[in-house]
Design a protein around this ligand. Structure first.
Ligand SMILES: [Zn+2]
Length: 451
């Protein structure tokens, strides 16, 4: 019985191991087809609309179409060899299934969904005038031993109010990916399309192998394939977020959702949804409706796709994902740098927001401590000398990742050990954290998102 119990995991393991044998299994030889979806459409599905006082009353479906068309043009310009296919080019209604079908049937390898965000609006109240109002003072008097009610009219001046919708203060661009789990629709989409599905092996150009998913091994493979989609989607989402940051507009980071992004989960390819801005924020609404804003967003997304394509295609050779444009070798060396030491101090900090601001100071006396900081295995601060002014950086926590920050001491300063004070701003909450590292060990903090 013991032996039997072990059989299934062994099978799965063999399937997974086969994947590892071919580092470029499931990798794209070349990214050749991109689908651009303008969210919503038609009179049936206008999406969000500008509703605050002074709003342009714009509709999400128009903004998404304008940006999507500019993105299509930008991608065709930057990637002339790639087929870029829009789901719609006019104001028509398509249900999510139709959109997903267009993507799947055209053999899309990347699905970009363009939306604009909104949120509940608060109602404001203000006085616009006064009016006279008649009220009555009630008194009682006795008439023939009976209590009789007497009302005496009098006039008061009362304010007249007007109610209006307040604009959102929240603004910026966020990127959404679908967070898969084993029984997800995305896996089902892969299984349903199994006969079209190809696995690329390492050794030859013509080595596409059809694969059956109706076996335990096949299921394990499909699961790994699905995870690969997730990794890719996450990768592209990070790149879009980085490109938004470069514009100076607010980059709200990467978010995951398990449900409610039907069109993302039903596409058989890596997929992201960009909430380009908030239609009910005055700055964002004007930006989203402007030629300049739309073009900037198109360029931001196109630049991220170009970087993504480069990284995904070079994956064939390196089988590694890098989160920035640094050469892979350098990245590997960095990881080894902190991997070569033990981590003696491990803290866990619970945070509410997945976007954190970190200020890093030398704790105690300033003694020229030099530190490096890694987040999710990626170098974010490199050999920085800490001083009284501190060093500020942002962290985008990603649900499903470890979200671990490692402090590495490049020296001990003049007063060992190397101690850093971190002030972490988490929405409106401030956390203070002291981490101490030396030449043998690192310190780490893992962030847990509590919602
Ligand atoms: Zn939308």
């Amino acid at each position: 019985m013991m032996m039997l119990k072990k059989q299934v995991p062994v099978l799965a393991f063999i399937a997974a191991f086969n994947l590892l044998m071919f580092p470029c299994v499931f990798s794209q030889k070349k990214l050749t087809t991109i689908i651009v979806d303008a969210g919503h459409g038609g009179s049936r599905d206008p999406g969000a609309s500008g509703q605050y006082e002074g709003s342009l009353r714009s509709k999400e479906k128009d903004i998404t179409l304008d940006i999507a068309m500019k993105l299509v043009a930008e991608l065709r310009k930057r990637l002339p060899d790639v087929k870029t296919i829009p789901t719609r080019t006019t104001d028509i209604y398509q249900n999510p299934k139709e959109k997903a079908d267009i993507a799947n049937q055209n053999g899309g390898q990347l699905f970009l969904c363009i939306h604009a965000d909104s949120g509940p609006l608060k109602t404001g109240k203000r006085q616009i005038g006064e009016r006279e109002e008649t009220r009555y003072r009630i008194t009682y008097k006795k008439v023939k031993k009976k209590k009789v009610k007497v009302s005496t009219p009098y006039t008061v001046t009362v304010p007249v109010y007007e109610y209006y919708k307040l604009p959102l203060t929240r603004k910026g661009t966020s990127v959404w990916i679908f967070a898969p789990h084993k029984t997800s629709d995305k896996l089902k989409a892969i299984m349903d399309n199994a006969e079209d599905f190809e696995i690329e092996t390492d050794n030859a150009d013509s080595s596409y192998v059809a694969f059956s998913f109706n076996t335990p091994e096949g299921k394990a493979l499909a699961d790994i394939y699905q995870k690969r989609f997730q990794e890719r989607s996450d990768k592209l989402a990070s790149l879009v977020n980085e490109e938004v940051e470069k514009t100076g507009r607010e980059a709200l980071g990467i978010n995951q959702r398990q449900t409610g992004i039907w069109v993302l989960q039903a596409t058989n390819m890596p997929a992201i949804l960009v909430e380009t801005g908030f239609i009910n924020n005055p700055d964002d609404e004007r930006y989203l409706n402007s030629e300049k804003g739309q073009q900037e967003l198109a360029e931001v997304i196109a630049a991220a796709v170009v970087r993504y394509k480069k990284q995904v295609e070079s994956l064939n050779k390196t089988a590694a994902l890098t989160t920035d444009s640094k050469p892979v070798l350098q990245e590997k060396k960095e990881i080894q740098k902190f991997d070569s030491r033990t981590t003696k101090e491990q803290k866990v900090l619970q945070v509410k927001s997945n976007k954190l601001r970190v200020q890093l100071y030398d704790d105690g006396e300033i003694d020229n401590d030099i530190v490096s900081v890694y987040f999710n295995n990626k170098s974010i601060v490199e050999s920085k000398s800490l001083n009284a002014n501190g060093y500020i950086f942002n962290l985008d926590l990603v649900e499903g990742k470890t979200n671990e920050l490692v402090l590495y001491a490049d020296n001990l300063g003049t007063i060992p050990p190397n101690t850093a004070l971190m002030i972490i701003t988490d929405g409106s909450t401030r956390h203070e954290l002291r981490l101490s590292a030396d030449l043998k060990s690192n310190a780490s903090v893992r962030f847990e998102i509590i919602k």
